[in-house]
Design a protein around this ligand. Sequence first.
Ligand code: MG
Length: 158
Amino acid sequence: MKLRIGYGIDLHRLEIGIPLFIGGVKIESEIGAVGHSDADVLLHAICDALLGAANLRDIGYHFSDTDPKFKGIDSKILLAEVYKLIAAKGYHVVNLDSTIVMERPKLNPYIPDMQSVIAEILNLDVDAVSIKATTHEQVDSFGEGKAVKAYATCLLNK
Ligand code: MG
């Protein structure tokens, strides 16, 4: 048995009038995340945690944010590609834990759907996918609703 820990962090700027995707789920919101892909901050943090645990560099290394191929891409596709990369190195995911930092809207109602989406892509039981949400207590750019951030940690085994 070979256990490997990894962590990832991502953030995106928020703007009025664009869609918001977090954890592979569309969130009802007047503000959305700006990015080259669909700007799914949680899936990007999870991708980096998985890649880091397998020592496979980072999401930008594999999916360049200047490559037109990835313009507007659904980040569920990126997570599935990352899963293939770690599986090719002989790893499977044991569990992951994550936190989304966003002032509004409240994300808690969406968390069960996010867990299901991520568990399916990573071939996991939903119990192995922990997602937490917190605000930034109205402090700084995150607290002012100008940006969203996510942290993820994961454990891999082979
Ligand atoms: Mg990102």
